[in-house]
Design a protein around this ligand. Sequence first.
Ligand SMILES: Nc1ncnc2c1ncn2[C@@H]1O[C@H](COP(=O)(O)OP(=O)(O)OP(=O)(O)O)[C@@H](O)[C@H]1O
Length: 241
Amino acid sequence: MNAAIPVLTAQNLVVEYRQHRAVDNLNLQIPKGCVYALLGGNGAGKSTTISTFLTFNRPSSGQVLIEGESPHANAELVRAKLAYLPENVALYDVMSGLENLTYFCTLANIRLSNDQAHALLLDSGLQADAHQKRVAAYSKGMRQKVGLAIASAKQAKAMLLDEPTSGLDPSAANDFAQRIRAAADRGMAVLMATHDLFNAKQVADRIGIMKNGRLVEEFDAHTVQHDELEQKYLAHARGLA
Ligand SMILES: Nc1ncnc2c1ncn2[C@@H]1O[C@H](COP(=O)(O)OP(=O)(O)OP(=O)(O)O)[C@@H](O)[C@H]1O
């Protein structure tokens, strides 16, 4: 792949539900190794953007691209290149974390040895004594770690996360943020929709604020302090920006 091509691109993306424009001329580029946090109030269009990359929605006009190719023209791209962690990671409750990981990898034609599966779970932060326990007994944070292990095993080029830290206690949210950062540092591109400004500041390289389907502001996360970020966010939410 040409290194100059971003992993995830939205080009003049418009997504409409009947008459309602949920995403309005969105332009985004997320290169390898970048964590992009998409902020915005309820109904801003964040989840619709993520769903469009996953081909759950079709663009009304414009396009999304994965490494320069449209997943709407080649559906295989989503399976081969993306990992998706929704707010509640869908796993089989009757199986252990280890069994879920190997099962989902088998579906993706990836064979893991027992040692590789344990190593992936450990690397994703799931403590060893939980690997063989049924997922029914897992906390939300533990389920997410299995989701991260699946994403790592797939060697996904990009990970899409919707509200990943909602409902996690501060310590679990911090731990999760560090795992996301580590995945990006290994080269993954990450698009994360979140209401968690603290987490966004902590983990992201770029931050975009959406309102009424439009990207109203975008900046380098390292150039703003947490309180500035909160002020920017509130100014857009209150219509003052
Ligand atoms: N399946 C759907 N059918 C019709 N309208 C929808 C559908 N999904 C979302 N919408 C509308 O599209 C707009 C954008 O919704 P979206 O869920 O993308 O926002 P969001 O920024 O993710 O919000 P939240 O933070 O509440 O999850 C909203 O006005 C929402 O009501």
